[in-house]
Design a binder for this molecule. Structure first.
Ligand SMILES: C[S@@+](CC[C@H](N)C(=O)[O-])C[C@H]1O[C@@H](n2cnc3c(N)ncnc32)[C@H](O)[C@@H]1O
Length: 254
């Protein structure tokens, strides 16, 4: 899959693509990334990419025309029969979640537009943007961090990118498992600042370890995200043993 990223700050992506999981996905070619600087498509000696907003007010607005030319160059290079969607990162957008990341991880990729300043001339958005994605109900200085969040989440779902293949399947929110939150993790030493590792994890008893982990997932999810418990129940992913534990937890709260 290929992501073309339109950004006024392409240099922000260099360390991100050179490290860890994203480096492995990028170097293996599973997630191709091309960075595009709209300034390269701007006119005049100053290669202007922004201007003051009509109607006055603070800040600057990204010009539509350099973005349009940049997009045209990307389209020409991608030369796809089904054009890749154009995605704008924006507080207006739908919040990124596991389900949409999973869909992106099996897609052809996208053209990602990172806004800056007050945002982008609305006429470019109306003409070319297919969907908008938000990272949450807060304002970032630019879409680059949101683009990195999407790329990172997509990269770790690619086969062979994580050292331990099964590990993302056990992560939080995986609907193929149960959609619950992950359990706590511990490593050496067995006692740290007087706090021991839960005995079940040291038992060497596979079934006991699995049951402890399952109980922890249920307890943590019931406490922090009861909506996910309801979804797992509706999907038939809770066993009788699970339900007994949940009933006991609920009774303890009353
Ligand atoms: C300073 S922000 C513009 C904020 C805009 N004036 C507003 O109040 O909604 C500049 C750019 O950062 C990106 N951005 C800001 N917050 C974001 C969020 N929550 N999710 C995704 N992208 C965001 C967008 O691309 C936006 O165009």
């Amino acid at each position: 899959m290929r992501f073309d990223i339109i950004t006024l700050f392409p240099e922000l992506f260099a360390p991100f693509l050179a490290s860890g999981v994203t480096r492995r996905a990028y170097e293996s070619g599973q997630v191709q990334v091309r960075l595009w600087q709209p300034r390269d498509f701007a006119e005049g000696n100053y290669r202007r990419v922004d201007d003051r907003p009509f109607g006055g007010g603070p800040g600057m607005v990204m010009l539509a025309e350099p973005l349009r030319r940049c997009l045209e160059a990307i389209r020409a290079e991608r030369a796809e029969s089904v054009p890749a969607p154009v995605v704008l990162f924006s507080p207006i957008g739908r919040k990124l979640d596991h389900a949409s990341v999973a869909r992106w991880s099996e897609s052809q990729g996208a053209i990602l537009v990172c806004g800056r300043y007050e945002g982008i001339d609305q006429r470019f958005i109306d003409a070319y943007v297919d969907q908008q994605i938000s990272l949450g109900d807060f304002v970032l200085s630019g879409g680059e961090v949101a683009a990195m969040a999407l790329l990172d989440a997509v990269a770790r779902l690619q086969p062979g990118v994580l050292h331990d293949q099964g590990s993302h399947q056990l992560d939080s929110f995986n609907p193929a498992l149960d959609g619950l939150l992950d359990c706590p993790h511990y490593t050496r030493p067995e006692s740290w600042q007087g706090a021991p590792v839960p005995p079940a994890l040291l038992s060497g008893h596979h079934a006991q370890i699995e049951r402890w982990r399952r109980d922890q997932r249920l307890e943590i999810t019931a406490r922090h995200r009861p909506d996910l418990i309801n979804a797992a129940r509706a999907a038939g992913q809770l066993s009788r043993v699970d339900e007994t534990l949940l009933a006991r937890l609920a009774a303890a709260q009353d």
